[in-house]
Design a protein around this ligand. Sequence first.
Ligand code: HEM
Ligand SMILES: *[C@@H]1O[C@H](CO)[C@@H](O)[C@H](O)[C@H]1NC(C)=O
Ligand SMILES: *[C@@H]1O[C@H](CO)[C@@H](O)[C@H](O)[C@H]1NC(C)=O
Ligand SMILES: *[C@@H]1O[C@H](CO)[C@@H](O)[C@H](O)[C@H]1NC(C)=O
Ligand SMILES: *[C@@H]1O[C@H](CO)[C@@H](O)[C@H](O)[C@H]1NC(C)=O
Length: 342
Amino acid sequence: MGARATMGCSPLLPFQALWLTAAVVAALALAAGAQPSPSLSPGFYDATCPGLQPIVRRGVARAVRAEPRMGASLLRLFFHDCFVNGCDASVLLDDVPGNFTGEKNAGPNANSLRGYEVIDAIKAQVEASCKATVSCADILALAARDAVNLLGGPRWAVPLGRRDARDASAGAANANLPPPDASLPALLSAFGAKGLDARDLTALSGAHTVGRARCAVFRAHIYNDTATTDASFAAGLRGAVCPYTGGDANLAPLEPQAPDAFDNGYFRDLVARRVLLRSDQALYGSGGDGGNTTDALVRAYAANGTAFAADFAAAMVRMGNLGPPAASAAAAEVRLNCRRVN
Ligand code: HEM
Ligand SMILES: *[C@@H]1O[C@H](CO)[C@@H](O)[C@H](O)[C@H]1NC(C)=O
Ligand SMILES: *[C@@H]1O[C@H](CO)[C@@H](O)[C@H](O)[C@H]1NC(C)=O
Ligand SMILES: *[C@@H]1O[C@H](CO)[C@@H](O)[C@H](O)[C@H]1NC(C)=O
Ligand SMILES: *[C@@H]1O[C@H](CO)[C@@H](O)[C@H](O)[C@H]1NC(C)=O
């Protein structure tokens, strides 16, 4: 089939050379039973803002060159947008003290979500070329794709045409974003609530092959989960990197072998039980899904980076299709400044 033929062309450079066309992504999405989203399309701005994609890519490339971790941060920003009332740039709205409380300071976001300035800079350039045309939500979707690709991961066609919310919800952020101690049933349920299945969960979790996490979120795993953690891995993190008391903001790479390379190293780490988060390890060896669904996927992705890249790209499109509730969608707009409503 088409997907195999496309990826079979580049066995030596599975990540850099992988180009998933819209057709391949659509085929993979349908094969996995996802809903196609009729309202979004990759060509949405072809006539109204033909320079959009090069502007976004240049902006992301500049940011990643200055700091490779920023690629990971932009990818996470998109996830945290999409899981909270859909991909509508709600996460980008600043709090207005005394008037408006948004998502930026919700539990999963405060002191860890980042990349807002990068989106601001890209948005300013897009506005200069195509005034009041391109939503912040679409810029975020493109930036996440470009970040993955610039770190060595796949590239895919991003369906476009999202609109920006005029509201945001700290409560929805706290309720919808799974915590770092989530069990496999809890993860399956959080993703299931978004129409994403075990395969999507496993592939999307591969995002943790890049980026950093704070001691505060991995302390419990490296100190208390001795039965499910490689002893020398955990010992290496205890102490200076992540003391039992204090050091909450200390960072460690989520995938220490190649912290800024979007490869399948994360899945090999899961099999070796050398990951930072309890929620990561839950995907492998926890028995939490009553069978082997995620275990088998983890093993498959650990063995075959091309399979991971293809499933990740397809799952990103499905996650990117998450839309806002009807009332919010009806009020949506193309924001001029990503931090505030028009
Ligand atoms: C499956 C449930 C998930 C949980 C429980 C989870 C949790 C976390 C936590 C706790 C951190 C570290 C935050 C901190 O230091 O305070 C993190 C970082 C990160 N997450 Fe996730 N995550 C999940 C899924 C995802 C998904 C689906 C993506 C993207 C597709 C993603 C992308 C990232 C990235 C790239 C980072 C590193 C960000 C940086 O270095 O700035 N995560 N995640
Ligand atoms: C509070 O928000 C509302 C709705 O966005 C706006 O009309 C009003 O001017 C704001 N008030 C202040 C003090 O910022
Ligand atoms: C480890 O588990 C014990 C017992 O449940 C708990 O009191 C302690 O706070 C945990 N330590 C960490 C670092 O989470
Ligand atoms: C889980 O996987 C192992 C090894 O692949 C297999 O022997 C076993 O039957 C599987 N269990 C279930 C419930 O699928
Ligand atoms: C890896 O996965 C790709 C995509 O699913 C598949 O075409 C290829 O045959 C697999 N390679 C191996 C060695 O199994």
